[in-house]
Design a binder for this molecule. Structure first.
Ligand code: SAJ
Length: 478
């Protein structure tokens, strides 16, 4: 019997399982449960010490996610009350379902070898394999190395179930594209790339996602194309940021203002000649851009199987972009060192106020924060660092002061790492008083402050891309 016949026999999708009750799985399960033609959605969460608590919370219709997610609490309450959603750690319930999606995180084992840790995802895939039945649909939503759906996932499912992908069950990849703070809106409105290992799988997966989309559309493709789309869309963003960072470094070296150049370039308009110039900064953090490039690189190494034609001896443009972005905290350190030298203050023993530990403006997310390598460099050179962040209360091994004044008190240098709103309203005279130094240094990593306001107060100013100001004359106060 062909897969198509099996699916026809089973009829339209009615019951769905979502594995991984995280910031991707929870909104996805709630939205699927809210679709009238779907009878029920089961959320699967392993009852681990760190996240088992989510099961009871979700069954009470409460979201365990931090931060504000508009509409999520109400939607969860609605689908739980309507008995269209429940959460369990009993993976054997998978056997009775028509479709299962897996939204399990794939972090890096460690930053050095940049290899992904697929262990949690593989555990989820094993649970599915053990309970797989003919005519079921399996969809991977996690960000994975190109080739994984057709490779590791397919092999594991077939090994655990004794069934054949594309013959006994449908298999696809539909990468998530959600951003914290707008999870429901993103799932409903973003187009959804849906990639099956074959046409029948793609079609079956499209049946699952179409009812959830409002203005978004399903974009059908192969599983590998969907894996490359997801990793490449973040690789490209990282590349655009690196292009802005490199141009900012050039502008500093040539003594000009990057932001004049950016405005000039941006003025190019019309018939597709525009330039997507992003923003230079103190560095690139987060869990997307810092790893997806390496997923893509590994994908082409595995799938390209030595057939990749590329300029001999040249490094990957994308990996070079990663290295440029990862260099920015070092550049911030150099600007700090130069500023302190101009102030006649040795780095050793200097107090540096580090404003912003989150990797993103107005966020509490600290994953892969660029502030960390900067702090490490300062400490390695004998400086004292006082970290402040209005959204981050704690971080392993780093004490974070609750009030910015505490960090600024007696500071020889002030470095702005995150573009938090609060830092836009800092006043130069106030900071000068708090620092108590004749010529405190300010290093602006996110183009937040007006250089002249600080130079007038006797500060030594350094800013990313501000070649027109970084060598300014020092104003001696009367
Ligand atoms: N950054 C810059 N310059 C820029 C933009 C960002 O230095 O012009 C830095 C930020 O400070 C941060 C890092 O890059 O440290 C990442 O910023 P991000 O805005 O890309 O935020 P992420 O990492 O949360 O990226 C996510 C991605 N979404 C998904 O993977 C589903 C990305 O594809 C989105 O484009 C991005 O959100 C977004 O646009 O919000």
């Amino acid at each position: 019997m062909t897969l198509e016949t099996l699916l026809l026999k089973r009829g339209p999708i009615r019951t769905i399982g979502v594995i991984g009750m995280g910031y991707v799985g929870i909104p996805a399960a709630a939205l699927l449960a809210d679709v009238p033609q779907f009878d029920h959605v089961t959320g699967f969460q392993r009852d681990s010490p760190s996240s088992g608590y989510k099961i009871a919370m979700l069954n009470r219709g409460e979201s365990p996610l931090k931060g504000v997610e508009p509409g999520l609490d109400d939607l969860l309450k609605k689908v739980v009350t309507a008995k269209k959603f429940h959460c369990t750690s009993d993976f054997s319930e998978i056997a009775g379902l028509d479709a299962v999606t897996l939204s399990i995180q794939t972090p890096f084992l460690n930053k050095d070898d940049l290899l992904p840790d697929f262990s949690a995802l593989m555990e989820g895939i094993r649970h599915v394999g053990k309970n797989l039945r003919p005519g079921m649909l399996v969809v991977l939503e996690s960000t994975i190395t190109p080739g994984t759906t057709n490779g590791m996932a397919r092999e594991l499912l077939e090994k655990e179930s004794g069934l054949i992908a594309g013959k006994d069950f449908a298999l696809a990849h539909a990468p998530e594209r959600v951003m914290v703070g707008r999870l429901l809106r993103n799932i409903r409105e973003h187009d959804r790339c849906v990639g099956g290992i074959d046409e029948v799988s793609t079609k079956r997966a499209a049946e699952l996602y179409t009812p959830v989309l409002t203005i978004g559309k399903v974009i059908p493709m192969t599983a590998t194309a969907a894996e490359v789309t997801k990793t490449a869309e973040n690789t490209f963003r990282d590349l655009q940021i690196a292009a802005a960072n490199e141009l900012a470094l050039y502008c500093e070296a040539m003594g000009i203002n990057f932001y004049d150049v950016r405005a000039g370039i941006d003025s190019l308009k019309g018939e597709g000649i525009t330039r997507a110039m992003l923003w230079p900064g103190a560095g690139v953090g987060g869990h997307c851009l810092t790893k997806d490039t390496y997923h893509l690189e590994r994908g082409v190494q595995v799938l390209g199987k030595g057939t990749l034609d590329y300029p001999k001896g040249e490094p990957s443009l994308y990996v070079l972009a990663r290295h440029i972005n990862d260099f920015m905290p070092t550049h911030m350190f150099r600007l700090t060192k130069e500023g302190l030298e101009r102030a006649g203050m040795p780095l050793k023993g200097a107090k540096v106020a580090l404003l912003g530990w989150a990797f993103l403006a107005n966020s509490d997310d600290t994953r892969n924060t660029p502030s960390e390598p900067y702090r490490d460099l300062l400490i390695a050179h004998g400086a004292r660092v006082s970290v402040h962040d209005p959204y981050v209360a704690e971080y392993p091994g780093v004490s974070i002061v609750p009030f910015v004044e505490e960090a600024l008190e007696g500071a020889d240098a002030i470095a702005i790492f995150a573009g938090h709103h609060q830092y836009r309203t800092l006043q130069a005279p106030v900071l000068k008083n708090l620092s108590g130094k004749k010529h405190p240094v300010i290093i602006d990593g996110r183009n937040l402050v007006d250089p002249d306001a600080y130079i007038r107060e006797g500060f030594i100013y350094k800013g990313i891309g501000r070649g027109d100001r970084n060598g300014h004359a020092i104003v001696e106060h009367q």
